[in-house]
Design a protein around this ligand. Structure first.
Ligand code: PHE
Ligand code: CO
Length: 294
C-alpha cells in the first residue's frame, strides 16, 4: 500500500484535497522506515521543547498511554488504554472530515486521527493535519477526564449548532480553535500550553510563550466566539484558561441564546485587545501576571 494518499481536485477555491469520510484501519504494516523516523524525530524534538512549556497533564498523559518515540504508535494499543481511562477511542481517517461527521464522532467519543504522516522535508510545517499533529497533539488530553468530557460535549454542541446556521458554526469553530488547538493554561508555575496546534509545532511552542508579539488574554467565551483567527501564521492572540474545569463549566450552558446574540455583533480582528480583556504579561523574573492579580 502507498503510505500517502491525498488526492487533490480543482474547485472554485483552487486546488484542494479530496477526502473520504470513511473510517480506515490504521495500515500500520505499510509505514516505511522513513515514516517511523519522521515520528521519532518529531516526538523527540517536541518533548524536549515542551519541557516547562506544555502543561503537566499533557506530558503525564502521553507517558501514561505509552506513547513513545521509537515507532509510530498502534491505534489498537492506545485504544486499550483510552477506553479504559475515559471511554474514548481513536479511529483512522484520511484527513479532515465534513463538520457534521466530525461532530458526530466526537459526540460518540471517537477521535478521528489522520493515518498518514508528513514527509521528512515537512518537519517544521505542514498545512493540513497529519498523524503527528492528531496523535501527538490531540490524543494525550483525551486521557484527562474533564477534557475528555469537554470534547464529547463539544461534539454534541456541534451537532446542535449545525441546525443553527453558518454563524453558529463559525462561532463554535472559533471556540475549538482558541481552546483545543491553540489554548494556554495558567498554572502555579506560569503559563503552559495545552492546545494541539501548538504542542505539535516547534516554532509556535516557543512563540506562544516567549515572544512579546502575541496577546495572551484570559478565557472569555463570548469574546472568543467573536474573534477571527489566522490559519497561515502564528496566532496573534492566545486565550488562557485557569483550569479544564473552568473551560468545561463555562461551556456547559445551552449556546442557542448566545448564538442569537452573536448574530447581531461584528467579529473581532485576530490581534485586537480590548480594555476589558484580562491580559497576561510577563512579570519580572520568570512569572506571568494578569492585570487584576495581586
Ligand atoms: N453547551 C454547548 C451548547 O449548548 C455545547 C458545547 C459544550 C459546545 C462544550 C462547545 C463546547 O451548544
Ligand atoms: Co487539530
Amino acid at each position: 500500500m502507498e503510505a500517502r494518499r491525498v488526492e487533490h481536485q480543482m474547485t472554485e477555491k483552487g486546488y484542494v484535497p479530496v477526502y473520504t469520510t470513511a473510517v480506515v484501519e490504521q495500515p500500520w504494516g505499510a509505514y516505511t522506515a522513513t515514516d517511523h523516523r519522521v515520528w521519532e524525530s518529531l516526538f523527540l524534538r517536541q518533548r524536549e521543547i515542551l519541557k516547562g512549556r506544555a502543561c503537566r497533564e499533557f506530558i503525564d498523559a502521553q507517558d501514561a498511554m505509552g506513547m513513545g518515540a521509537n515507532q509510530i504508535p498502534k491505534f489498537d494499543e492506545l485504544n486499550a488504554v483510552l477506553r479504559e481511562t475515559t471511554g474514548w477511542e481513536l479511529i483512522g481517517v484520511e484527513g479532515l472530515l465534513p463538520e457534521l461527521t466530525f461532530f458526530e464522532h466526537l459526540a460518540a467519543r471517537r477521535f478521528p486521527v489522520t493515518w498518514w504522516i508528513r514527509r521528512p522535508d515537512q518537519l517544521d510545517y505542514i498545512a493540513e493535519p497529519d498523524l503527528f499533529h492528531d496523535l501527538f497533539g490531540h490524543v494525550p488530553l483525551l486521557m484527562n477526564p474533564v477534557f475528555a468530557d469537554y470534547m464529547a460535549a463539544y461534539g454534541r454542541g456541534g451537532v446542535k449548532a449545525h441546525g443553527c446556521g453558518p454563524e453558529a458554526l463559525a462561532a463554535l469553530t472559533r471556540l475549538y480553535w482558541y481552546t483545543v488547538e491553540f489554548g494556554l493554561i495558567d498554572t502555579p508555575e506560569g503559563l503552559r500550553i495545552y492546545g494541539a496546534g501548538i504542542v505539535s509545532s516547534k516554532g509556535e511552542s516557543i512563540h506562544c510563550l516567549e515572544s512579546a508579539a502575541p496577546n495572551r488574554i484570559g478565557f472569555d467565551l463570548e469574546r472568543i466566539m467573536r474573534t477571527r483567527y489566522r490559519i497561515d501564521t502564528f496566532q496573534k492572540s492566545y486565550f488562557v484558561i485557569d483550569s479544564f474545569d473552568q473551560l468545561f463549566e463555562a461551556t456547559r450552558p445551552d449556546f442557542r441564546p448566545l448564538y442569537a446574540r452573536l448574530a447581531g455583533q461584528a467579529t473581532i480582528p485576530a490581534g485586537e485587545v480590548w480594555a476589558s480583556d484580562r491580559v497576561f504579561q510577563r512579570g519580572s523574573g520568570e512569572g506571568w501576571l494578569a492585570d487584576g492579580d495581586v
